[in-house]
Every structure is written in C-alpha cells, then in structure tokens.
Design a protein around this ligand. Structure first.
Ligand code: AHR
Length: 506
C-alpha cells in the first residue's frame, strides 16, 4: 500500500486574495537577456522594433504581469540618461557588474514598448549604488511627470508625450552585498532609502517603493539589516525585498527539494522582523514583501567564470543555466511557498525571464524554447489567480541530509470565485515513494474533478533543448471525487495541478 497524505480544504480557510504580481519576472541588462534575447533585429521573428515575436509569445503564454528592469547588479552603476534619446547618439559603456560592453541600443523607451507588447507592467529599479536622490528624482520626473519641466519635456522631445506612469520602483538592488557597486552599511542605506523615498513621493505620491532587504538568508547582516533599514525608512516605503537562489551543488536531490522550506522560513523571519519594527514604531502600517528575485541558479557558475575572464564582450552567454527536471520540482515548491504567503508577499519575480537563469531560451539562429521550469510557473500563473486557501495537510515524512525529516507532500490551494474553480498545486518530493492524497473538500459542494496535470520524469536530470521537450506536462487520470472526498495519486517526484470545477460548468 502506498503512503497516505490527508488534507482538509475549506472555503473558509482563506489566506488572502492573491496579488497577480506574484507571477512577475525580471529582465536585466545581463548576458543575452536583452541583446539576442528579447531583442534581435534581423531575426526572422523580429517585429518592427527588433523584438523577437517568438519570445513575446512565450512571455504572453506565461502571463507575466510585471517585469523588473534594468537590474539587478547592473542597475547599481546605471546611467539612465545613456539609455534614452536617439539610439545612434547613445554612449557605449563599460558595464562593471558583469564586465560586459553595454551599447544602450535598448533603453527605457524600447523596453517599455517591449513590456507593452508582452502584456507586462514595468517595475523600475533605481541606481542607489553609484548615484543617489537627485538622479532618482530626475528619472521619476522623466518617466511619470506630465510635462513643462526639464525632464518631462526631455521625455516628450524623445517622442513619448504621455507619461509612463510607472507605479512600482525599487530603491536600488542588494545594497547589503559587498559585490554591489556602491555597497552600503544598513545605516547608510536606511538613510538613503528614507530620503530618496521621501523626495520621490513628493514628485509622484501614487508610486509604490521597494526597499532592499538582505540579498539572501545567509548574509552576515541578515535580519539586523532589515531592522536597521526599516527603522529608518518604514513609513516611506511599501515593500521590503527578498532574494534567494538555490542549487544542488552537493548532488543530493532529496535535500535540494527540501530547500523550499528555507524559503518559507526566510519569509516568516522577515515578516516577523517587519512586524517588530512596526511594533517599535507603534505604526499602523503593514509592510508587504517583494520577493523580487527567486530561482535555481548554479549550473552555469563555472562557465561564467571563464566568460568573465574575457571581459567587455557584448551580450556574452552568461548565467545560461540549463534546468533539469528536479529544478522544475523545486520551482513548483517555491511557487507553493509564495502562494501560502500571499497575505504578505504581494510581488515576486522569477529571476530571470529570457536566457539568463530563465524559463525561456533563444537560439540566435533558431527559435525560442521552454525550459523545464517554464511549466510549474505557467500552471501557477494560469490557475493560481483568485483566493489562496490554507490546506490543512498531514503528510508522511522522509529524512534528508541537511533538513532532517521533511514532508513528502507540499501543497497550496487557490479558489477562483469568478470561474468557480478550485486548484490544488501539490509536489510529492519523496523520490522513492508514491503518495495517495485524500482531501476533504465538502465545502465545495457540486464541484467535480476537471483535470489532473502532472509534470514527471524518470530521470531527475532530464533537460529540454531547442526542439526537444523531454520534460513537459501531461493530463492523467489519477483523481476521483466521491461525496466531497477527493482522492489523487501523487507519484514520487511529481508536480501536480488538480483542478476542480463546479459541475454544471464542465
Ligand atoms: O539575477 C542575477 C543577479 O543575482 C542579479 O543581478 C543580482 O541582483 C543577484 O545577485
């Protein structure tokens, strides 16, 4: 007999309405994300602006509501003025973060056009590394002010009459990291974030601001950084950012799949820290979280060292992780964590979107293709809109080398009231045993099983490639409903999307 997991799922176990921006992503001027990624004039699929239509189609398929831009580490020495105005007058620059040559062929206007075509909003990041308050204000005036001022008129002269009205702005990137240009102490950054936020909100009070949190949970200043930064900037910012990347360097897949528990702990600890600062300040305001970089990142590490040892190349093939099946499972697990914290995580960006640690890859002389991680993201973005519900789950456990005993099954549930659909996302991260799930869903009277989608593969290391989709989802017949009880077989090492729908609408 297979292992058993039990779940109780009730309409009343409401976590939150899901902010669709948790399905955001990220495009940095890094490697082939922009050049030979989203932008490749001369490619057979390029549109009149030089953007690849095959890439836009895949981004549209993922339904990405917001894209963070232009960095990342890149932004910390970014001179936005270089990226606007006539393209042939734009300077070429040494790009210090990734030791590349930046020709500024794609800048703010071009990227906005691309984002519009891809159906996404732009989440603009500011350089608070080598620049500061006045440049942040100038850029905001350029982008969002209607006209009759120095920078808004410059925008109009550059051909954009209507203000862009960008709503969400990142106050720098990973400012706690010694690798960052203009890296700061928590006190220095807290003051800068506070004063920049204050000035920016004078220009446009409708904007929302994201302050940098820790670059990861292992930073030596972890939690103290959040405390000190928010102790300064709490009342002026709307979100605190979190970043995390996982890898399976030890080649221990079972432990690798337990790493989503670290992401869960990260969110819990940062939520607690935010609430601690709120208490200190007797503030009425709730701080939300922007998990604006998350993914698996490690496959390309050694290749990147070689590439960066030959600096100042244009669009070198940096950070081109080729994802395998177990990476897709961890991506699904991370999405489950984000959904279960949707009451606090309002923005999240899968880092990144095209070619650079990305779900979408391009061939310079060929098409665009879907990596393994494309699929869990697609399913969550497509079916994970509505109200997040808390599944009361009791799962068998298995032992891991670094995380001790962990649950076999991790799950999240989303109710879409408009479509009268309930979706359960579940990963069985036990690599050796199938698990039979029994779920009490009696509060969803009249609902029937509509579809059970599965991503599974006998080889955890299986990858996709151009024209080769070895890892792709399929519909299976492993779910049944009887009198308010759902039973589903969750095969070992599988990502499952179980969709229930009100019967008459099937
Ligand atoms: O996404 C790649 C890099 O990871 C980003 O530039 C940086 O913010 C992070 O360290």
């Amino acid at each position: 007999m297979s292992r058993q997991a039990k779940m109780i799922l009730d309409r009343a176990f409401r976590i939150s309405e899901i902010d669709q921006r948790i399905y955001g992503s990220f495009i940095e001027h890094l490697g082939r994300a922009v050049y030979n990624g989203i932008y490749q004039p001369g490619h057979p699929s390029a549109n009149e602006d030089g953007f690849r239509r095959d890439v836009i189609d895949l981004v549209r398929e993922l339904q990405v509501p917001i894209v963070r831009y232009p960095g990342g580490n890149f932004v910390s020495n970014f001179y936005w003025e270089d990226s606007v105005g006539p393209v042939n007058e734009r300077p070429h620059r040494l790009e210090l973060a990734w030791k590349s040559l930046e020709k500024n062929e794609v800048g703010l206007h071009e990227f906005s056009k691309w984002a519009k075509a891809a159906g996404s909003e732009v989440m603009m990041a500011l350089n608070l590394g080598t620049r500061g308050i006045s440049d942040a204000c100038n850029l905001l005036e350029y982008c969002n002010h209607p006209g009759k001022t120095k920078y808004s008129d410059l925008r109009i002269r550059h051909g954009q009459k209507e203000p862009y009205g960008f709503k969400t702005w990142c106050l720098g990137n990973e400012m706690d990291g010694p690798w960052q240009m203009g890296h700061k102490t928590a006190e220095e950054y807290g003051r800068l974030a506070e004063e920049t936020a204050k000035a920016m909100k004078l220009i446009d009070p409708s904007i929302e601001l994201v302050a940098c949190g820790s670059s990861n949970r292992d930073m030596p200043t972890y939690a103290l950084w959040e405390d000190q930064v928010l102790s300064r900037a709490y009342e002026y910012v709307d979100y605190l950012s979190l970043h995390t990347y996982f890898g399976n360097r030890a080649g221990d897949s079972s432990d690798f799949l337990a790493k989503s528990d670290d992401m869960d702990a990260f969110i819990r600890e940062i939520t607690a820290t935010c609430d601690y600062v709120k208490a200190k300040k007797r503030s009425k305001k709730k701080m939300y979280l922007s998990f604006d970089e998350w993914n698996v990142w490690y496959h390309s590490n050694s290749a990147d060292e070689t590439i960066m040892s030959r600096p100042w190349q244009t669009a070198p093939s940096l950070l081109e992780d080729i994802y395998n099946f177990e990476d897709a499972l961890l991506t699904g697990l991370m999405l489950i964590v984000l959904l279960r914290h949707s009451d606090r995580v309002r923005i999240a960006c899968l880092a990144q979107l095209v070619n650079v640690i990305a779900p979408i890859m391009t061939e310079v002389n060929g098409g665009a293709w879907r990596q393994t991680i494309f699929y869990p993201f697609l399913h969550a973005s497509r079916y994970g809109r509505g109200t997040a519900l808390w599944p009361i789950l009791s799962s068998p456990e298995h032992e891991t080398s670094g995380h001790g005993p962990v649950t076999d099954v991790e799950a999240a549930a989303v109710y879409n009231g408009e479509k009268e659909e309930l979706t359960i996302f579940a990963v069985n991260r036990n690599l050796a045993e199938d698990v039979a799930l029994t779920a009490d869903v009696r509060s969803f009277e009249g609902f029937a099983a509509a579809e059970h989608i599965v991503l599974e593969h006998s080889d955890l290391k299986a990858v996709n490639g151009a024209g080769q989709e070895h890892v792709k989802p399929k519909s299976v017949n492993r779910t049944a409903m009887d009198n308010g009880t759902l039973t589903a077989m969750l095969n070992k090492a599988s990502w499952n999307v179980i969709r229930l729908r009100r019967e008459e609408r099937r």
